[in-house]
Every structure is written in C-alpha cells, then in structure tokens.
Design a protein around this ligand. Structure first.
Ligand SMILES: *[C@@H]1O[C@H](CO)[C@@H](O)[C@H](O)[C@H]1NC(C)=O
Ligand SMILES: *[C@@H]1O[C@H](CO)[C@@H](O)[C@H](O)[C@H]1NC(C)=O
Ligand SMILES: *[C@@H]1O[C@H](CO)[C@@H](O)[C@H](O)[C@H]1NC(C)=O
Ligand SMILES: *[C@@H]1O[C@H](CO)[C@@H](O)[C@H](O)[C@H]1NC(C)=O
Length: 529
C-alpha cells in the first residue's frame, strides 16, 4: 500500500509531455524526479506510437540517448545551473541534412549550423528532424504542403488526413503532440506561422537578421529567418533567447540595431496589452473574406477582449498597396535568391552524393528521380528562375526587390504601423504572413480557435488531404516593426493568458499514449528495437 501511495504521489509530480512547460521540465530534472534519458526515451516512445499515422518525424538522432546520458552525468557531478536541459526536435540540420529531397539524402555539411551549436551549448538535446515541405515549398507549385520525397506526406492531428500547413508541418505537429518540447522552423513566407496556425501552437517568425541562417538550407537570403515553435508564448520566448544574436557567419545578423538581445521571457506579463495600440488591416480581411469566413467571429471577439484588457484597437489600419500586390504574378526575389544561393550551399557540402552544383543540375536530378514524383509534382518555381535567368546579383534584381519593399513597407505592414502609431497589427494567421515576408518583419502567432462543426470539408485540389474541416485549429497573429519581438511577446502573452486554447481543442487522431510517467515507473528500460 505504501508503495502504491508513493507511486501515485510521484506520478502527480511528473508532467505529461503533451503539455509540459520548460519550467516543469527543468525543475523535474534539477530535483531528480526524472532524467534527461527518461525524457528522450519517453519522446521516442511517443513518436513510435503515432508516427505511422502522422509521419511528423523524418529522422531520429541516433545519438540522442547517449547525449542525454552525458547530460545526466554532468548534472550528477555539478549543481544544475543550466537553463534548459531536455529534449527537442529541431530543424537546425545536424551535419547531415536533406530538406526532404533525394538530391541531398546522405549529404553532409562542412560545419554545424550556428543554431544547432547554440541549442547544444544550452544543454538542449536535438532529438531528430521533422517532416517538412520539400525545399521549404520552393520547388513545386502543385505539390502539397508538408510533402517531401523522403518521408512522404505528413498530417496534423485534428481531422483525418489533415493538412498540417507548410512548410514546417511535421515540426508543428510534433510540438502539438508532445513528441518534443519545442521545435525550430525557418520561414521565408509562412513556413513557421502557418503550420503553428493549423496545429494549435505558438510560433515566432523573427526579424530577418535576429537569428543566424549559417548552414541552414537556404531559400532566400532576403526573407529567410529561423524561429521557435512551442506550446506557450513563454516557452517560445525562452527558446528565442537561446537562438538569437549576431553571428559573423551571417552578415544580416551583424546589421542588427540591438546592442544586446532582450530577455524575451521577461516580457511575458499579464498586463502586456495595457496601453498598447493595435491596428486591424481591414482591407486585407475584406480582400481575403473567403479564407477567413470561419475565423471572423472568433477574431472580432478576440479584438474585443484586447480592448477590454486596456488596448486601443484601431480599425482600418489598411495595407494601401495590398490590391496591387495581390495581382502581381509571383515573388521573383525568393526565386532569384534561391537560384543564386543554392550553388553556394552545394559548395558548402563536405559530402555531395550526386555532385549537383547548381539549380539546373538540381532540376535535372529531381525530374529524373522517380521518388520525386515529377511531373505530377512540377518544378515550376525553379523553371521560372532558370527561364528568366534570375540571379540576385543581376541589375534587374534591384527592381523586383524595391517593389517588394514598397508592398511590404510603405504600402504594407510597416506603413500601417507608422501612420497609425501602432505597436502591432492583428490578423488571422492564415492571411498574415505574406506581406511581412517581403520586408523581413516579425510575427507571433497564438492559438485562437477551431473551425466549427458546420464547416464544409475542403480538400487540397486534386489530393485526399483536408485543408479545411470541422475541428481544424486557427491562430491569430500580431505583426510588428523590425526588431520589436519583445513588444509582440508582451501582447501575445497577455492575450494567451486571457484566451487559453492550447490543449483545449479536440483531436480526431489519437494522442500518443506512452508518457514520461510510464518511463520513470518502469525503470530505465531501453527502447525495444
Ligand atoms: C496535460 O495533459 C494531460 C494528458 O496527458 C492531462 O491529463 C492534463 O490535464 C493536462 N494538463 C493541463 C494543465 O492541461
Ligand atoms: C522543420 O524541421 C526540419 C527538420 O527538423 C528542418 O529541416 C526545417 O528547417 C524545419 N522547418 C522548415 C520550414 O524548414
Ligand atoms: C547569397 O548570394 C549572395 C550573392 O549572390 C552572397 O553575397 C551571399 O553571401 C549569399 N548568401 C549565402 C547565405 O550564401
Ligand atoms: C502538376 O503540374 C504538372 C505539370 O504542369 C502536371 O503534369 C501535373 O498533372 C500537375 N499535377 C497535379 C496534381 O495537378
């Protein structure tokens, strides 16, 4: 009897990985209620339990358990002072990488990414790599989000065959289901915030230059940025503290005006909305009425809540060139950047399995490799770049780039913030990210709600993948000035605390059953395998 009592008492102190916060994990490790190895083993069992249905995880770090054992030893020898020391999945490539493409399968980088180094230096365990849209969506115009040739299609958990968004789809699903504490994503246009939107989690798309892209598979040097994906604003803020900061290997990070990186988590304040001026880009909502019909009631309720918490809401903080932006054919900047920089990336490989050295070679390989599913999934983004001989060092590039700066700046988010003296613009996440992408300004998305029972199911055209259906989550985004992440965190935290959705929505797919408590109680059994 005594034993059973102790057991349940102990169990109560062991957080579920489905919703464990960094605070709970760190305190459990420091008073030895569980070990880093327990955490990794539990995460791996959870992955094993759901991955055949959802395909969220592409690759497990074969060293994860031994790294965890090393951290446990360190803790046993010295007082535990580390800030974070547990498991996570990350985008930051290990020195092997693939971007989901057979062109890079078994390729090896000359060096680790700066982000991966920072994670390790903080005692974070890189648990593995998650599924993503191949080449972060910059290959095909008729592929599906979060499909790649290596791991196939991945799905989110709220509806059968739910599109997880892209391109960091697996990353977001893994965080939502507690397969890892948090994940890293990269965003060129929507790749962090869109999957967070569909998976009911928090994501921060950082100002371009706040985090280093060194050794991250590139899309666009003008738009790419690395950011945290987590279940709470506070945890996302903590992870942001770990990964931010200048890096001599990425020139964009050296142009940061910040003399030091703010302690982002200290901006998680309950009164964070008080006195803030928040604008609604009404003309964007109107132009995208079809996409946000099912979100609008929750959105209007949310802005009323913000006003109740002391924010001033300014309607009609419009993006003045939005209509003109919408009718232009495609973003030539990202395509030109990819065409230019992918060669450098190949040149940085220590092992380049197919000796591909540029975009033309990559297209040829991709078209001839059956698993890449060409032509059903085309190579249109690359075709445009090759046909138009796009390059970011050619004279005509400046024109395209200046046009983007106008659409995103004066005519977009930055102009609206200035004209109305706002701290942030608020929009449903699904329509929030394309304009900030053009100028490299930050976004934070937090859970808002889910499509109602009356929602008609909409599939991705031509595919058995549900894009909209009852129960599929949606988020709300705050868009700010460059380098204003701490302001967005203040606002988002206060809103999240008033309007808690994480963990409250019903999933159609089963949540992973194995948990930390089972591992701790069963002793240190190794994984079956
Ligand atoms: C966390 O998840 C577990 C299920 O694994 C649940 O029993 C518990 O109520 C959740 N806790 C919170 C605070 O939501
Ligand atoms: C999502 O995770 C994978 C691997 O963990 C990573 O390669 C990728 O950078 C992340 N997201 C995106 C959009 O790249
Ligand atoms: C991308 O290419 C430009 C010039 O083409 C170069 O200046 C820049 O350093 C490259 N960036 C990366 C990340 O390789
Ligand atoms: C994708 O585009 C290619 C080439 O344009 C076409 O052959 C293929 O049928 C398309 N696939 C889908 C699913 O639309």
């Amino acid at each position: 009897m005594k034993n059973a009592y102790e057991c349940s008492k102990k169990g109560a102190e062991i957080p579920s990985l489905l919703n464990a916060t960094s605070e709970e994990l760190v305190s459990g490790l420091s008073d030895s209620r569980f070990t880093s190895v327990d955490l990794v083993v539990a995460c791996l069992k959870r992955i094993e339990d759901v991955n055949s249905a959802l395909n969220a995880v592409m690759e497990i770090n074969p060293d994860a358990i031994s790294i965890a054992a090393g951290l446990d030893d360190e803790r046993a020898r010295a007082p535990f002072t580390g800030f974070l020391s547990f498991s996570k999945a990350t985008s930051a490539p290990l020195t092997s990488l693939s971007s989901g493409s057979y062109a890079l399968l078994n390729a090896k980088l000359r060096a680790d990414s700066s982000i991966a180094e920072k994670l390790r230096a903080h005692g974070l365990i890189i648990l593995g790599k998650t599924s993503l849209s191949e080449w972060s969506m910059l290959r095909s115009t008729n592929s599906t989000k979060s499909w790649n040739a290596i791991s196939g299609q991945s799905y989110a958990a709220y509806y059968p065959k739910q599109c997880p968004g892209g391109s960091s789809g697996g990353n977001a699903t893994a965080v939502d289901l507690g397969l890892a504490w948090a994940a890293i994503g990269t965003e060129t246009s929507g790749s962090i915030v869109s999957p967070c939107d569909r998976n009911n989690i928090v994501g921060i798309k950082t100002t371009v230059g706040l985090t280093s892209r060194y050794m991250v598979v590139p899309v666009s040097e003008h738009q790419d940025t690395v950011g945290p994906m987590a279940r709470t604003v506070e945890d996302a803020a903590r992870l942001l503290e770990v990964i931010s900061g200048p890096d001599p290997m990425d020139a964009y990070t050296l142009s940061s005006p910040l003399s030091q990186i703010p302690k982002y988590s200290s901006f998680c304040r309950l009164d964070g909305l008080h006195g803030k001026r928040i604008g609604i880009a009404r003309n964007v909502l109107d132009a995208e009425a079809d996409l946000v019909k099912h979100i609008l009631p929750a959105f209007e309720e949310a802005t009323a809540l913000m006003s109740g918490a002391g924010a001033t809401i300014i309607d009609n903080a419009d993006f003045t060139t939005y209509a003109a932006w919408k009718v232009r054919p495609c973003n030539l900047v990202t395509r030109a950047d990819f065409a230019s920089n992918i060669s450098q990336f190949f040149a940085n490989l220590e092992h380049n399995p197919h000796q591909i050295c540029d975009l033309a070679g990559l297209r040829e390989f991709t078209r001839s490799c059956a698993a890449e599913e060409y032509p059903q999934r085309n190579t249109h983004s690359w075709d445009v770049a090759l046909d138009q001989e796009l390059h970011n060092q050619r004279p005509n590039f400046a024109k395209h780039y200046q046009e983007n700066l106008l659409f995103g700046g004066e005519g977009g988010v930055l102009g609206a913030l200035e004209r109305h003296q706002l701290d942030a613009i608020v929009l449903p996440t699904t329509i929030a990210f394309e304009i900030p992408a053009l100028v490299g300004s930050p976004i934070i998305t937090v859970p808002l709600g889910a499509a109602g029972a009356e929602t008609l199911v909409k599939h991705l055209a031509g595919w058995d993948i549900a894009d909209l259906a009852p129960g599929i989550p949606f988020g709300i985004s705050f868009l700010g000035r460059k380098w204003s992440e701490e302001v967005l965190i203040e606002i988002a935290y206060a809103f999240e605390q008033m309007h808690e959705v994480q963990g409250k929505l019903e999933r159609a797919m089963k949540t992973p059953e194995p948990d930390l408590v089972n591992v701790v109680h069963s002793g240190k059994v190794p994984l079956d395998e």
